[in-house]
Each structure stands twice: as structure tokens, then as C-alpha cells.
Design a protein around this ligand. Structure first.
Ligand code: XIL
Length: 319
């Protein structure tokens, strides 16, 4: 049994972020991706800086490779991400465009990208990380230059470009930070009330096992959070699950990590509108964690040799 077969029986999409270098070069990795998952998310390949490094110059090869792989293996694609403060090309982030030009560039980016993959990308993270920790809108280039209407605009542009794609807002820390959860909840509620085409809310769920064994394990509120948002009439998803450990790895930390993966699976399964559960890497061999959070790592279900960790086994048993 794989994650994929178990999840399919539950009518759930289980996914992984795809590292584009690994997809090209690592057969063992490709096999795991193919057999263990029925959904994939390009980890970086669809970010604006990667698909349009110079204005009007598109480089789709890496994004196309993820989409082709998914089609060959009968997997869903979660497109990630159209509007974000990170991953921008320099010509967008360097402040050289006027407000009007910036808005036009964003609209063109959303339309071009969504149209290109219409029918092949089933779900889009339309806006990513638009909230601050206190629940107000993040002071990003988009808010400062375009005003708060950029969020509704982005959803409308995406809907027009592919009416069949499911459109999500995606963020982190709303799983446990009350002000951010409230801000996200109110934002989604208000957007829906205004008729903005938003179909789902993605919870990144980047979790960690604290150093001291006496700290309670995270994700105690994941289930109730998913349920709360489902009450707004939208789908919900766990979009970037990982559970980092303070290095070095030891058995008790691996066991605790396994328990957190199991919790995530159970939380999603307990909520009827939780449609997918995606890991932000399937393996410690390729991981954003050690370089982003020095001293931490080993955050994923498979180890550096692609062997199953307790996290994998507990995750599968939770599904
Ligand atoms: C990260 C990737 O994993 C890294 O490889 C890249 O250098 C930076 O972005 N939230 C998100 C993801 O929505 O896009 C981020 O991905 C991780 C945090």
C-alpha cells in the first residue's frame, strides 16, 4: 500500500511539492513521486521569477515538465503561485514600473499563466501569504502599489482565464495563530460576500517539533480550523505540510514527528471539505528547510535515502 492507494480509497488527493532538478535527474525520486502521490505542486517552477525572468520572455520548460509528469501519471496539479511577494522577477520587484504598469503586468502574468495551463492545472493558489501575523493585510509590493483590491482582481482575472480551475487563497500560521486565523476568516468571508470567485483556502502547515520533549506537539487546532473555514462554503486543503526537527535527529524526535504527520492526516480526513493534503517535499534528500531555518531539518516523510521514516508510516496509517 502507498499513500496514493490509501488516499484514493478515501477520495482524497495526497500530494507533494516537486523539486524540478530532482524531477530531471533522480529516478528514485521520480518513482516515489509517481507511486506515492495523486497530486503534485511545482515547488518553484511556476513562480513568476521562474516563468518570466525578463518582461515578455517566458521560460516554461520546468513548469511544463511538472505538468507533463502529472499527466503521464494521472495526477492532479496544484498551480503555485500567481500572486506572491516572493519569487518575483527583478524587473517587477525593483520598483522601476509605475503603479499602472505594475497592475497591467500582474494581470498579464495571471492571465497568461492560467490560460497556458487551462484544463491541466486543476487548482491555483491565486494569492499566497497576503496576511500579516496580526491578521491585517501584509505590507507587500502589491498592497502598497495597487491597494487592497488586488486580491479580488487576481481572483477575477484567474476565473476568466480558466473558469474550470478551483481558485485558492493560501497562507501559513493561520493553523495556530488566532489573530491571523481571524484575519483570514474575515477576508475570505468578505470576498465571498462580494462575489469574488474564491473556491478554497489552503493552509501551508509548516510545523515543528520543539527542542524540549515537554513542549506539547503542534497541530492541535488544525481540524477545528479546517472545519471553521469549511463553514464558509469553501473547500479547504493542507498545502505545504512539513514538520521540521531540531538537528541532530534522534528517535524520540522522529516519533513525535510521526505523530504530527498522523494528526495532519486525521484532521483533513475528519473534515468533509478537506480535499487534499500536500507535503512540502516528500524526502529529506530535497528540502527547503535546512537552508531556510539553519539548525533544523529532517522535516519530511522519507529520509535522504528515500527510506520510510516513522512520519511516513504514521501518515499512511492516519489516512
Ligand atoms: C519555498 C521553496 O520551497 C524554496 O525552494 C524557495 O527557495 C523559496 O520558496 N511558503 C510557500 C512556498 O508558499 O512557495 C515556499 O517555497 C515555502 C513557504
Amino acid at each position: 500500500e502507498t499513500l496514493r492507494t490509501v488516499a484514493a480509497a478515501r477520495n482524497l488527493r495526497v500530494g507533494a511539492a516537486v523539486n524540478d532538478r530532482a524531477l530531471e535527474t533522480d529516478n528514485g525520486y521520480r518513482d516515489k513521486l509517481k507511486y506515492e502521490f495523486n497530486s503534485v505542486t511545482p515547488e518553484n517552477a511556476m513562480k513568476w521569477g521562474n516563468v518570466e525572468p525578463e518582461p515578455g520572455v517566458h521560460t516554461w520548460a520546468k513548469a511544463d515538465a511538472v505538468v507533463s509528469f502529472a499527466q503521464e501519471n494521472n495526477q492532479m496539479v496544484r498551480g503555485h503561485t500567481l500572486v506572491w511577494h516572493g519569487g518575483l522577477p527583478t524587473w517587477v520587484s525593483d520598483g522601476s514600473l509605475s503603479d499602472q504598469e505594475l497592475r497591467a503586468a500582474l494581470q498579464r502574468h495571471v492571465e497568461t499563466t492560467v490560460k497556458r495551463y487551462a484544463g491541466r492545472v486543476a487548482v491555483w493558489d491565486v494569492v499566497n501569504e497576503v496576511l500579516a501575523e496580526d491578521g491585517t493585510l501584509r505590507q507587500s509590493i502589491w498592497l502598497r502599489r495597487l491597494g487592497p483590491g488586488y486580491i479580488a482582481d487576481a481572483f477575477r482575472w484567474a476565473r476568466a482565464a480558466d473558469p474550470s480551475a478551483k481558485l485558492y487563497i493560501n497562507d501559513y500560521n493561520a493553523e495556530w495563530n488566532n489573530p491571523k486565523r481571524a484575519g483570514l476568516y474575515n477576508l475570505v468571508r468578505d470576498l465571498r460576500a462580494q462575489g469574488v470567485p474564491i473556491d478554497g483556502v489552503g493552509f501551508q502547515t509548516h510545523a515543528m517539533i520543539k527542542e524540549s520533549a515537554s513542549e506539547p506537539l503542534p497541530l492541535t487546532q488544525l481540524r477545528s480550523t479546517l472545519q471553521l473555514f469549511a463553514g464558509l462554503g469553501v473547500d479547504v486543503a493542507v498545502t505545504e505540510l512539513d514538520v521540521r526537527l531540531k538537528l541532530p535527529v534522534d528517535e524520540s524526535r522522529l516519533a513525535a514527528q510521526g505523530e504530527v504527520y498522523r494528526r495532519a492526516a486525521e484532521a483533513c480526513l475528519a473534515v468533509a471539505r478537506c480535499v487534499s493534503l500536500t507535503m512540502w517535499s516528500l524526502t529529506d534528500r530535497y528540502s527547503w528547510v535546512p537552508s531556510s531555518v539553519p539548525g533544523w531539518g529532517a522535516a519530511h516523510p522519507l529520509d535522504e535515502n528515500l527510506a520510510k521514516k516513522p512520519a511516513y508510516l504514521r501518515l499512511r496509517s492516519g489516512l
